[in-house]
Design a protein around this ligand. Structure first.
Ligand code: ATP
Length: 375
């Protein structure tokens, strides 16, 4: 970079950011490259909807931060301009029961929430289905982070209701996209046989981006988000390298924003390697923050207890958990299983002297990092 009269220092009213919003976690990118095959496959499944028929169902699988949600949102954006098609994106981390899923559908279709006094599921379902028939619309439902429906044992019922709607309400046409980033979850295997026989999804896989693709995507984001010359090639390459460690593009996007803020803290106009390295201490936990986001109070309470008893046996941890919450062992075991499935802890059987086998509970993240991120 050319020598600047002020030594490259930022003045008070200057910033490295051209548009900081493009680094926000929910920003829908204008350019979406390296997912052409997946977009084509998804389009193929959804095409019948445009002709007024029921679309094919699909399962969109792949590790976190590989563009699954973005791909679906891009296509939903295009479909929303088509008459006779309605798309609804449900975040199952938030809406993790069949009732909650249908409440969300209701809200999207009627533009107001279902009565909070609570109506029966049958009634809620009936109103959603009737509305579809009345409006002559095909409904496409994306169940994002659908793994949460499985953790709560609500997946089969939810899908059953969605997929058999036309049997109860003639003319209701609904297609489902299941999005899951839990690769250990075998969706079909976990569903009841009554659902398996009607679901029959197309599988669309999103692999992690390789390091060249990460560079390409992040360069484009940097071009939109930073002023010219703020992020050099060496620094961009380092960000991409750190991103490729987990393969989650969110790490890279968060890292760029934090590195930009670090540079500003030094009143510098350019991001240095040290800014990237410092920022990574926080950005590497974006997964953790996301996983912790949807947890209930008792789930969080158990994590806080675990942070103090890392590596200890389940019985000992339970004693401390009970003291804190008064909850029973069954609920405790359910929470352990969920945290294990979420990849926040590992619960592994260990031999205990003279007492047979017991589960040892280990946090998969630094205990302090977990504590820092609890509400
Ligand atoms: N090809 C791409 N081009 C530009 N940005 C992308 C691309 N793929 C992903 N992103 C960005 O990366 C972030 C994560 O993407 P997205 O939420 O779509 O991933 P995901 O696979 O649904 O993740 P998860 O399974 O954790 O929900 C988003 O901010 C998105 O804008």
């Amino acid at each position: 970079m050319a020598e600047e009269p002020d030594g490259g220092m930022l003045s008070w009213d200057e910033t490295v950011f051209r548009n900081e919003h493009v680094f926000e976690i929910d920003h829908l990118p204008e350019t979406f490259r390296h997912r052409e095959t997946q977009l084509e496959s998804l389009k193929y499944t959804l095409r019948p909807a445009v002709r007024g028929s029921r679309p094919l169902n699909s399962i969109v699988r792949g590790p976190p931060g590989t563009g699954k949600t973005t791909a679906v949102q891009k296509l939903f954006g295009e479909l929303d301009s088509q008459s006779g098609v309605r798309t609804v994106h449900v975040n199952c981390q938030v809406d993790s029961t069949r009732y909650a899923v249908f409440s969300r559908l209701f809200e999207e279709m009627f533009d107001y929430e279902p009565p909070s006094s609570g109506i029966s599921f049958k009634k809620l379902f009936g109103q959603v289905a009737d509305r579809l028939v009345e409006e002559d619309e095909v409904l496409i439902v994306a169940l994002d982070d659908a793994n949460y429906l499985f953790y709560e044992n609500e997946a089969s019922d939810s899908l059953y209701s969605l997929l058999r709607a036309h049997e109860v309400h003639t003319g209701a046409r609904i297609g489902v996209i299941i999005i899951s980033s839990d690769l250990s979850l075998d969706v079909m295997d976990e569903l009841d046989t009554r659902v398996q026989s009607v679901f029959r999804p197309e599988e669309i896989y999103f692999p992690v981006y390789d390091v060249n693709e990460v560079v390409d995507i992040l360069r484009e984001r940097a071009r939109r988000g930073f002023h010219d010359g703020v992020l050099g090639t060496v620094e961009l390459d380092r960000i991409a390298e750190l991103t490729a460690e987990s393969g989650d593009l969110r790490v890279g996007i968060d890292l760029m924003r934090r590195a930009g803020l670090q540079a500003e803290m030094r009143a510098s106009r350019t991001i240095a390697i040290e800014d990237v390295e410092n920022a990574y201490d926080k950005s590497k936990y974006v997964h953790l923050s996301r996983r912790l986001r949807g947890l209930s109070d008792s789930e969080e309470a158990l994590l806080a207890v675990l942070a103090e008893h890392d590596g200890k046996l389940a019985g000992e941890v339970y004693d401390a958990f009970y003291e804190k919450t008064g909850l029973g062992y069954t609920r405790y075991s359910e929470i352990i299983n969920k945290l294990d499935q979420l990849g926040i802890i590992a619960a592994e059987y260990a031999e205990v002297d003279g007492r047979g086998r017991s589960r040892a509970l280990t946090l998969l993240y630094d205990p302090q990092a977990v504590l820092d991120r609890l509400k």
